[in-house]
Design a protein around this ligand. Sequence first.
Ligand code: AMP
Length: 400
Amino acid sequence: MKILVINAGSSSLKYQLLDSETHDLLAKGLCERIGIGGHIKHTPTGREAYSADINMPTHAEAIQTVLDLLVHPEHGVLNNVSEIDAVGHRVVHGGEEFANSVLIDDDVMKAMERCIPLAPLHNPANITGINACAAVMPGVPNVAVFDTAFHQTLPPKAFIFALPYEYYEKYKVRRYGFHGTSHRYVAERAAALMGRPLEELRLVTCHLGNGSSVCAIKNGKSIETSMGFTPLDGLPMGTRSGAVDSGILEFIMNREHLNISEMLTILNKKSGVLGISGVSSDFRDLDEAAAQGNERAKLAIDVFTYKVTKRIGSAAAAMGGLDGVIFTAGVGENSAELRAQIVDGLEFIGLKLDPEKNKTRGKEAIISTDDSPNKILVIPTNEELVIAMDTAEIVSKLKK
Ligand code: AMP
């Protein structure tokens, strides 16, 4: 099946066209400045990218532009848009409503709208993308794949915050976790590489990119994860603080004369490794600055890797043992130095890194020594492929 995968933001729309049988990427692209102009970059696989300013007042025009390019005589990859069997949408928050990917109908749309207060910036944009596809591609099934769904298997002891219980009852304040499609995909690939059934494994997946989270996956199910009610919790990230002592908030707000939304902007946009280093949110810049002797860049890297190390230990404790640790996303897939720093000292839980094998970048590999009791792996994530596969599976059942 040919599946169009859509990740809609408030003024942007990323897309990929994938073949669910061969897993081939046929084309990908990005629409930007929707509502304030419009620009598209479209790349048919193996051919030159095409960029143009095209007016896109709404997401519907953006989708129409994507379809026009997919069948374009020069830049296209399809003869007819009717070759697209279904559309898979990335949706950030499924709350407690969705533990799996679903075919979108009126009831699902209503449930997604109920989740808007949980992700007020992201879910409305995702819903706009779905409505645009429904309008421009009538009759083509739409499937929603949620970032939170994989973590719905967390037990209450892992998802309940130690706050008055009524906040959970009244407002559903709890740990949801994010990056679910990525954690799920790399765990499945790791099991295949290890040649063992996922249902027997205790894995720690480390999604380390601009946003970062660690997940404990026991017998194929997420049982603990570092992101919480929002993606601000857990590890320090590019610009996000991760978990901090909430008592700090009032202390800083009083002294810096900030209101709560200004404080949250600082926690989301000016903290993390950017905040510590004062250099950059990008780990490549930090590596470069640290190599040139910038102490705060080095400190930012040290704080980040230390917290990832601790999270791996606590994830192993949550599972009562460990079989493998997986690194993925921008930093996890590419930075041999950070991977080495993170697992340094973790021999006591059976993780022995092979420095030669660790030199790999951006491809699937086992990077632990042959005699390491537990495995260390690098698995490039592919969230779009998961969305395409889930979509194809749901839609193929429809046709039966
Ligand atoms: P992502 O959010 O998954 O796209 O990851 C983006 C992050 O990965 C950025 O901080 C990049 O600096 C980082 N990254 C990409 N390549 C490397 C590399 N070779 N070494 C260190 N960090 C990298």
